[in-house]
Design a protein around this ligand. Sequence first.
Ligand code: FAD
Length: 502
Amino acid sequence: MKDGNIRSITIVGGGTAGWMAAAAFSHILSGSGIAIRVVESEEIGTVGVGEATIPHIQYFNRLLGIDEDEFVRRTCATFKLGIEFVDWGRIGERYIHPFGSYGQEMEGLHFHQFWYRQAQMGGALPLDRYSIGVGAARAGKFQRPDHSRPGSPLAGISYAFQFDAALYARYLRERAEAAGVERIEGRIVDVALNGANGHVDHVLLEDGRKVAGDLFIDCSGFRGLLIEGALKAGYDDWSEWLPCDRAVARPCARIGDPTPYTRATATSVGWRWRIPLQSRTGNGHVYCSDYIDDDAALAMLDASLDGEPLAGPNFLRFTAGVRRKAWDRNVVALGLASGFLEPLESTSIHLIQSGIARLLTNFPDRSFNQPDIDYYNRRTRAEYEQIRDFLILHYKATARDDSPLWRRCRDMAIPASLEERIAIFRENARLYRHDNELFSETSWLAVLHGQNIAPKRYHPIADLLPDAELDDRMTRIAAAMDSGVRVMPDHMAFIDRHCRSP
Ligand code: FAD
């Protein structure tokens, strides 16, 4: 190891964030000689929620050499083709935000430009008919993409997982410990700074042990023990746009086969999630404490459960927002310590993953080059802001008028970045993906269309296709989607065949 290189990494916290970081660093930095430790306290425990993911987690698992069937078995996972949103635009409406895309690009334009042209001419099929993800989700079917059939909708299937996050953390812990990570059990009672440069020098455990490190990863959850408690990095509060500040979670017994999608149902005071796993169904109610107390929010959740409750309620409090500096001096915050965006689009575990990837790209030496740190912080913030805007859209694009929460959201001022995006779409259906942002045009379209925001016009180039040819192509695409869905196996049959949990 060269002088000046990082010699040790201390990860504070052993929730999903801590063990994802430990598993990734021990795998990627193996052979570097860097000592990696995780300090966690069983007595404090983890947040205990976080079950729905987006497709990018496949890259993380692949990078770690994890076999997907084994991962599904070990985490009691099911497959997820998208999220069904119920009662968001108006009570009684529902739509699915699918992974993957609608239709196919034509003449260099996104498919939806042609769909809007046909819709304005009259006679278009519903947009959902052009998504294999929506078709399969509604039919309760699943298979992995079939790359041997290029051009077929079956090649374009995109999926994620619904899993038991505690089992995932345990699985990653096994792998990390096997790769040499040291786990230290104990409650941290103090964080000592180096008087010369203000870096974290060591954490002090209740029993007097000191754990030092060159680089600290703060995965201590909402507490932000190092990044906020010791370094006071600051927090930008986004609750003016995302006012929900509480949640209650409660799993219940599974009734029937698990759906290959997550459901998010809007309530008068927030929304409920329903996430079916192999072993049980995860449920939760995210709500705004200005309009309801905890007992009433739990009663609303309990009334919606479709099986026997399997545990007592787990109440959680949060403030939507982002840490002003995710990386400060020799501390990088990951997971809930770095910020919180409600799980409406299942983005938190992804944010952990992208933080790990970014940190590896900007991996420091012991000089901790400030421009690298600034770059990391800029990119992290941009990612949070882009996801924030997408979440706000779900609240803003509503015609609901039945409760103070929805009237507040409908009438609220939104960030200029989102205002601009909606205005452009309303004119000519154009959607732009900024800086390779997480959510694609498909995602924005699904929510805009699903919540009744329609454009006045469409892209003029969509007019270049003769009417008859447009009709013919659209008919063929819908037929290909239908026949793709027909040949797919049932979701549970697929799990039984490949990756059934014991
Ligand atoms: P935690 O799980 O809180 O872990 C913190 C760790 O720090 C623990 O090990 C704890 O013991 C340790 N610790 C803290 N203080 C000390 C101390 N003093 N001494 C020693 N150890 C200490 N994400 C998704 O991607 N999909 C979802 O569907 C989803 N749903 C969610 C629903 C809700 C209501 C909430 C609140 C979050 C949800 N999330 C979801 C987010 C997800 O739960 C988190 O991103 C993920 O669990 C990571 O948490 P964490 O590891 O940062 O924190």
